[in-house]
Design a protein around this ligand. Structure first.
Ligand SMILES: [Zn+2]
Length: 482
């Protein structure tokens, strides 16, 4: 069975996890920490933060949907407020000795509004972008090598044509709008999305594609909140099949800025204030666009980070940040990412204001696409096309096999998830150390599974809930614990 292999991995992982956990004290309010020392927060703290924020978001959304009655959730609760909810007869805690997770719970798969799923999805999306860029560079190398060989039959390929590192040309861009506190996010987000769609369609774009050898693009929407209100903006990476000299880069910059301005002006007409006057929705004249040209070797990692915000402004992110990387990007001075609005005291806002802003954000982003690829680019670059929800599920199940070491009754788990969500993170950390006694202390009323039971679950012969005595006998194992 897999147990020996997993145990060996656990011993190795224990050392690194312990070293990581020791590297940073737990103090200060979480949103301040995110702003100041983003790259140094250990995984355990990020996970606690994400679970805490998920519970806060749930609380706000439950209240919005009419509040709880007699312990029952409102029936029309949005999917992201149900994230982590048990879907089976018990919740298993499993680990491969390195990472731990719950099983028998659902994931909402919301990249916008779920502090835990967003981290998982962005991490996976980052991999996709890096993979696409690697494949793009290799395709260009292959084409160049074929061409060279046609012209130099029988000769040996020069070393520069044997490795893909020097191939691939990319434009990293950001498009912004002027914004102020009177502007609802639903409007500015709509303007950004429509402006972008208009920009990358029609004949002028087709000509641009030919002129600058545009292969395709990936674009992502990022939203921050600060003194001037909501600030949604577009980040994109354009894949180019050929190099651009300085003049060409300047030409492309000027062309895009003009086109962005024209398109935003066109969509802005639709947005009127209550008094009938138009909102001042427009790009900044000078800074409406930021374009950087990058080529070769490091572009893949950089592009992945750029699109999915896998690193803070101040330095490379370590493995320990993975779990909450949706949180990692700081806003500009005095501005925060939307998840930070779930932290008490954020930006000096009252709870009431924060909740209002969170609801506005959740509503404005519903059914909007956060990260999109130009038509055919994923296929061209041999990247699998998965929806956010599928991706979250896949990341949790495929890539993290492991054994279920503990099973907790739904009732206990749900209560912890709601009232003391950080303990879920602590339980996972204990599971990563295979300290099942500690897991049982944090999530009481469950069963520590023996090797045989673990194997039965791994082989699909049993479900974690089957080993809860209360399930089989009808005895309530959790009475007195809540
Ligand atoms: Zn979720």
């Amino acid at each position: 069975m897999t147990a020996e292999r997993l145990h060996a991995a656990a011993v190795a992982a224990k050392r690194s996890v312990a070293a990581e956990a020791a590297s940073e004290p737990r103090s200060g309010s979480p949103w301040e920490k995110t702003n100041k020392i983003t790259p140094a927060i250990p995984r355990a703290d990020l996970r606690r933060m994400a679970y805490g924020r998920r519970a806060e978001s749930r609380k706000i959304l439950v209240r919005h949907a009419g509040g709880e009655t007699f312990g029952f959730e409102p029936t029309k609760l949005p999917r992201c407020a149900r994230c982590g909810q048990p879907v089976d007869t018990g919740v298993g805690v499993m680990t491969d000795g390195e990472k731990a997770r719950f099983t028998g719970t659902m994931l909402c798969g919301s990249i916008w509004a779920c502090p835990t799923c967003s981290a998982i999805i962005r991490h996976e999306r980052a991999h996709e972008v890096a993979l696409a860029i690697g494949n793009h560079a290799e395709k260009l190398r292959q084409a160049a090598a074929d061409q060279w060989q046609k012209e130099h039959e029988g000769q040996q390929l020069p070393p520069r044509l044997a490795v893909s590192e020097g191939f691939g040309y990319y434009l990293f861009g950001t498009l912004t709008l002027r914004h102020d506190k009177t502007m609802p996010l639903a409007m500015t987000l709509d303007a950004i999305l429509k402006g972008w769609t208009k920009m990358i369609n029609g004949n002028p774009w087709k000509k641009a594609v030919e002129r600058w050898k545009i292969r395709g693009f990936v674009r992502a929407i990022e939203v921050t909140y600060g003194q001037n209100g909501w600030h949604p903006h577009v980040h994109f990476v354009i894949f180019l099949d050929g190099d651009l000299d300085d003049d060409q880069q300047q030409d492309m910059h000027d062309w895009m800025l003009e086109r962005w301005k024209t398109m935003v002006k066109r969509v802005a007409k639709a947005y009127k204030k209550q008094d009938g006057n138009p909102y001042n929705v427009a790009p900044n004249d000078e800074h409406g666009i930021d374009l950087q040209f990058k080529a070769g070797k490091d572009a893949g990692t950089k592009a992945a980070e750029y699109i999915t915000k896998v690193q803070g402004d101040k330095g490379a992110v370590t493995l320990s940040q993975e779990i909450a990387r949706g949180d990692i990007k700081d806003g500009r001075a005095g501005s925060v990412n939307p998840f930070q609005l779930l932290d008490a005291g954020c930006l000096g806002l009252s709870d009431f204001q924060r909740e209002d802003l969170w609801l506005e954000y959740w509503q404005a982003t519903l059914r909007r696409r956060c990260i999109t690829w130009s038509r055919g680019l994923k296929e061209d670059m041999e990247v699998e096309d998965l929806e956010d929800e599928e991706l979250a599920e896949k990341a949790e199940s495929d890539e993290l096999p492991g054994l279920v070491g503990y099973v907790v009754p739904n009732k206990v788990y749900k209560d912890v998830r709601k009232r003391t969500p950080e303990l879920l993170a602590d339980a996972l950390e204990a599971a990563e150390h295979e300290d099942w006694q500690e897991v049982a202390r944090l999530l009481p009323g469950g069963v520590i599974l023996n090797d045989e039971q673990q194997d039965m679950i791994a082989d699909g012969e049993a479900k974690p809930g089957d080993f809860l005595p209360g399930i089989a006998t009808g005895i309530d194992t959790v009475s007195g614990l809540i």
